[in-house]
Design a protein around this ligand. Structure first.
Ligand code: F3S
Length: 647
């Protein structure tokens, strides 16, 4: 029986467990990555473990998200991150070098390796045949210690791509089509393995868009074979020696099958406020657009920006539109300049931003009140752009450029007409000028031991939860609806991102848009429980969405379902994730109801817990959908305490 590529990579990294979907396995992790707005907690946790140096093949700390130094907080973070990396043997990518996923694939990624990153779009690296998984920061800290990482063995779904994209369509339209079909929950527990003639024809940058935004389906990751396209890409990076062909067997067995004919796709648009709310651009009501942003790890490759520039060439950005562009890396920016594309953008009236994530995570370029923003990014949750009244639409760079010209939703074909074919001629560069001057290599071990870690006033100690007690009686501090995102729990934006190293301060803003009184009331309650609907904690891997509630005394989340990364974060930070055995019990619970659990420690191993609602006098059951290893972590009150006992 033939093997999928995913099976081959997992098998070669398997430390223990059976590769049966849904079973807990332990794998060796080769590489890790972090980025500045999530990383401080990760490195504080790593320091607390007490080993002298990272034990991965390669760990990289990217300073790429928040480059606005509006007060001391972000520079404090960056100086801490740079010094802690030096102390423990971690590479640093300095501010301005590029967005983590793009730089990682270009300069560090190796086909067949496994990487874990403290960012949900880590699967971007699946574009070169790596198995790349987005996890919470505590998991990255754990991976850096070299201990085998737990993973729920995924189902592997074959996605067969047929046909060829029409000019004016982008691989963004492929992943939007996937989202339309499978929804934001459909990928849960899956790896999507892309194969077929349509996949073979896609360049690495186009594959990266798909693998990156596969995160929006909830998938564990997405992957493409390491084939001729990957070899070409690594040659362009001067790294052909890192190439090895990695393909699924021709008779590989899969757990599911999806087929997309690329020739049939039209330019698509994801409408507010969920990425799977996908329509054809041609069928969306034409409304005035206030802002266009071309960039992000999803869509800021050379060919993405070059195609947007070709659409804009000879036109002016509509006078009612603010159009900005952030390129994925310095390397790409320089090549685009050399080839004349940056001039085209500037001539059209596009504002070139720093090389960073920026607007993608609401660091700058907030839309106006009730403004309509069209973006090439990957998420359109309420508030993701920094203004909860705004509407965010997600499209390809070609469609974003056309929209910037017309001032309403538009496709490249509407601008280019019969000249649309020229977009298909844009190819990724055969060769880049390699300049790693903004990458800092790890110091030799002896020298690293001498480094002093610099902690400015924004760096506050990592809060460590207590182990659970046998008796819990606590009120409900929040009752949420379906699809609460980590953005709802801990908002994006420059202001809040820079608080992420300071939990006592940031926790005061926990849920502040969704439930403005939450932080104060949870704190006053001492201990409390959160109730959620379906897909609780979807979106970003931000572990602050677990750390802040934990700091405010939340002991458990009871929801109809919990998103994969967030569930891991809750466990890691001492909050017990519970699932309604009967989802209808959700309806019977109200804010401030007193919930009582007796014999909690004895009930946890049974995976079913009986809860008494003392306010309304009824009883209901919840399930613990956790593995044996996760149970140990829960009983220890979180990963840090557990991990210290392992080492
Ligand atoms: Fe950054 Fe947005 Fe990607 S915040 S890593 S560009 S999802």
């Amino acid at each position: 029986m033939g093997k999928s590529l995913t099976h081959k990579i997992i098998e070669s990294h398997l430390v223990s467990g059976n590769m049966i979907p849904g079973e807990e396995i332990f794998i060796k992790v080769d590489q890790t990555l972090t980025h500045d707005i999530n990383a401080v907690m990760t490195y504080l946790a790593f320091e607390a473990v007490g080993i002298d140096r990272v034990r991965t093949e390669c760990s990289v700390s990217y300073l790429d998200h928040n480059l606005l130094y509006v007060d001391n907080k972000t520079p404090d973070d960056h100086i801490y991150l740079q010094s802690v990396a030096k102390r423990y043997g971690v590479h640093v990518s300095r501010p301005g070098n590029g967005i983590c996923h793009s730089v990682h694939v270009a300069r560090f990624g190796v086909p067949g390796k496994i990487s874990m990153g403290g960012d949900s779009h880590t699967p971007h690296g699946g574009s070169i045949g790596m198995l790349c998984i987005g996890v919470g920061g505590m998991d990255v800290a754990t991976a850096m210690t070299g201990v085998p990482m737990r993973l729920t063995m995924p189902k592997v779904i074959k996605v067969n791509l047929l046909g060829v994209l029409k000019p004016g369509c982008n691989s963004k339209d492929i992943i939007l089509e996937m989202l339309r079909r499978v929804s934001i929950k459909g990928g849960l527990g899956n790896v999507y393995e892309y194969v077929g003639p349509g996949a073979e024809a896609l360049e690495v940058s186009a594959r990266a868009t798909i693998a990156n935004m596969g995160a929006e389906t909830g998938a564990t990751t997405s992957i493409f074979p390491a084939d001729e396209q990957v070899r070409k890409f690594l040659i362009s990076q001067g790294r052909e020696q890192d190439y090895k062909e990695l393909l699924p067997d021709s008779d590989a067995e899969y757990d599911g099958f999806i087929e997309i004919n690329l020739s049939e796709l039209e330019p698509l648009i994801s409408c507010p406020h969920q990425p799977d709310n996908v329509k054809r651009i041609s069928e969306v009501e034409k409304r005035p657009v206030q802002q266009v942003f071309i960039g992000s790890c999803t869509n800021a490759s050379y060919s993405d920006i070059a195609k947007a520039a070709l659409v804009l060439k000879g036109h002016q950005v509509n006078e009612n539109v603010s159009c900005t562009c952030a390129v994925a890396s310095k390397q790409i920016y320089k090549k685009l300049m050399q080839d004349g594309y940056i001039d085209m953008l500037l001539d059209a009236g596009v504002r070139m931003l720093e090389i960073a994530c920026g607007p993608c995570c609401a660091i700058g370029q907030t839309p106006a009140t009730k403004g309509i923003a069209v973006r090439t990014t990957n998420r359109n949750f309420i508030g993701r752009a920094g203004n909860p009244t705004a509407e965010i639409y997600l499209v390809s760079p070609e469609s974003a450029a056309a929209t910037a010209i017309t001032g309403t939703f538009a496709t490249a074909e509407e601008i280019l007409g019969i000249e649309i074919g020229k977009l298909a001629e844009v190819k990724e560069p055969k060769e880049y000028k390699i300049d790693d001057g903004m990458l800092i290599k790890p110091l030799p071990e002896e020298e690293a031991l001498e480094v002093t870690v610099v902690r400015g006033p924004n760096i506050k100690p990592l809060p460590v939860p207590d182990a659970p007690q046998n008796y819990l009686c606590a009120p409900i501090s929040l009752k949420g609806q379906d699809n609460i995102s980590t953005d709802d729990i801990t908002p994006a934006s420059a202001e809040f991102s820079s608080m992420r190293s300071n939990i006592p301060l940031m926790s005061q803003y926990c849920y502040h848009r969704y439930a403005p009184d939450f932080a104060a009331s949870a704190k006053a309650m001492g201990e409390s429980i959160i109730i959620g609907g379906e897909n609780y904690g979807q979106g970003s891997s931000r572990e602050h969405a677990a750390i802040n509630p934990m700091y405010l005394g939340v002991k458990a989340v009871i929801a109809k379902s919990i998103a994969r990364i967030h569930k891991g974060n809750l466990i890691n930070h001492g909050i017990i994730p519970m699932i309604f055995a009967n989802p209808a019990d959700y309806d019977g619970l109200e804010l401030e109801d007193e919930l009582e659990i007796e014999n909690l420690l004895e009930q946890i191993p049974t995976r079913t817990i009986t809860i008494k609602n003392k306010t309304r006098h009824f009883q209901f059951d919840v399930k613990l959908e956790i593995t044996d290893n996760e149970m140990e972590v829960v009983l220890n009150g979180g990963q840090l305490t557990y991990l210290k006992k392992q080492l």
